[in-house]
Design a protein around this ligand. Structure first.
Ligand code: SAM
Ligand code: DTB
Ligand code: SF4
Length: 335
């Protein structure tokens, strides 16, 4: 990848809300054309990075994120489980590698890890890394020193999402703040770990809120290396899903627009088509790839909900002439 001068231009620019809203308001074909042009300047247009997720600690979370099946506050049918042991994690990582994934992402339903949790995750990261996979974890908020311990174990990416624009955040989460999230992202950066940071759309937010989320992501410095864009998976029992049962599903073209605006404003990032891929269907996914999405979660399960199965994804890739991307040499060496 990586025309460095173009990437530098993308990063030097501070995006205003008006500029981002103007991108959202373009005629659909003009927006996709612009996004595809930016995409081709930075990436192989037919290569897609494959990340596989594993929930290493499921359910029973103290937090109140209104979309989440794993909060202990909502009756979603997801049971609290113990942290997996390292052998189970390595077996899943090996299977993911054999299926073609290049990155293995381990997620835990925690507000943040305790010291002994970090010790256990450090072992997992070390062993998964030794398989030749890129490593990613998403463990919630970090305390001083924890990011450094994970980096020392060989962690490549930390996923921590802004989720939504600051003005809508309080409608979704009250137990930790938007500023807490920025604080954890700064700790991850300072430790020299790549940042995976995105958000969720389809929660009943306005276009202005979606534009605000992209603006906040695009104005992070440095910009995130990976940007997961999740379409809300409506899990019965969660407050957001229950509120949305009255209608109000996001227009799928608006999801495609969100991908395109992320691509234009974060030209060197991998923009990941994340939760909600099954609900989008193949035609909409194809439009998302045209709009500049170049990464997916690959594997039959996300954390607690379903994902297209690997045979369906292989068939879709064959029909579209897409290829799995080999592991990237990132431009910020040493990070
Ligand atoms: N507990 C950690 C945290 O919140 O940072 C890590 C796991 S959490 C499940 C990771 C991300 O998954 C959330 O920030 C959110 O963006 C996404 N997510 C969770 N549930 C979702 C849902 N039902 N639909 C779409 N995205 C979801
Ligand atoms: C992200 O942005 N999306 C992933 C990953 N990071 C951890 C999680 C999606 C979860 C979807 C709902 C579930 O399966 O529980
Ligand atoms: Fe807990 Fe993360 Fe779910 Fe929020 S998104 S309830 S912090 S697992």
């Amino acid at each position: 990848m990586g025309d460095l001068s173009q990437a530098a231009v993308g990063e030097a620019r501070v995006w205003s809300l008006d500029e981002i809203e103007a991108l959202f308001a373009l005629p659909f074909n003009d927006l996709l054309f612009e996004a595809q042009c930016v995409h081709r300047r930075h990436f192989d247009a037919n290569a897609v990075q494959l990340s596989t997720l594993l929930s290493i600690k499921t359910g029973g979370c103290s937090e109140d994120c209104g979309y989440c099946s794993q909060s202990a506050r909502y009756d979603t049918g997801v049971e609290r489980e113990k942290l997996l042991d390292v052998g189970e994690v390595v077996a899943a990582a090996r299977a993911a590698k054999e299926a073609g994934a290049t990155r293995f992402c381990m997620g835990a339903a925690w507000r943040g890890p305790k010291e002994r949790d970090v010790d256990a995750v450090v072992d997992m990261v070390r062993e998964v890394k030794a398989l030749g996979l890129e490593t990613c974890v998403t463990l919630g908020m970090l305390k001083p020193g924890q990011a450094e311990a994970l980096k020392a174990a060989g962690l490549d990416y930390y996923n921590h999402n802004l989720d939504t624009a600051s003005e809508f955040y309080g409608e979704v989460i009250t137990t930790h703040t938007h500023a807490d999230r920025l604080d954890t992202l700064a700790k991850v950066r300072d430790a020299g770990i790549h940042v995976c940071c995105g958000g969720i759309v389809g929660m009943g937010e306005s276009r202005r809120v979606r534009a605000g989320l992209i603006r906040e992501l695009a104005n992070l410095r440095p910009q995130p290396e990976s940007v997961p864009i999740n379409l809300l998976v409506k899990v019965p029992g969660t407050p957001l899903a229950d509120a949305l049962e009255r209608g109000d599903d996001l227009d799928p073209f608006e999801f495609v627009r969100t991908i395109a605006v992320a691509r234009i404003t974060m030209p060197a990032a991998h923009v990941r088509l994340s939760a909600g891929r099954r609900e989008l269907g193949e035609g909409m996914q194809a439009l998302c790839f045209l709009a500049g999405a170049n990464s997916i979660f690959y594997g039959d399960k996300l954390l607690t909900t379903g994902n297209p199965d690997v045979t369906a994804d292989a068939a879709l890739f064959a029909r579209l002439g897409l290829r799995a991307e080999p592991v990237q040499q990132r431009r910020c060496a040493g990070h």
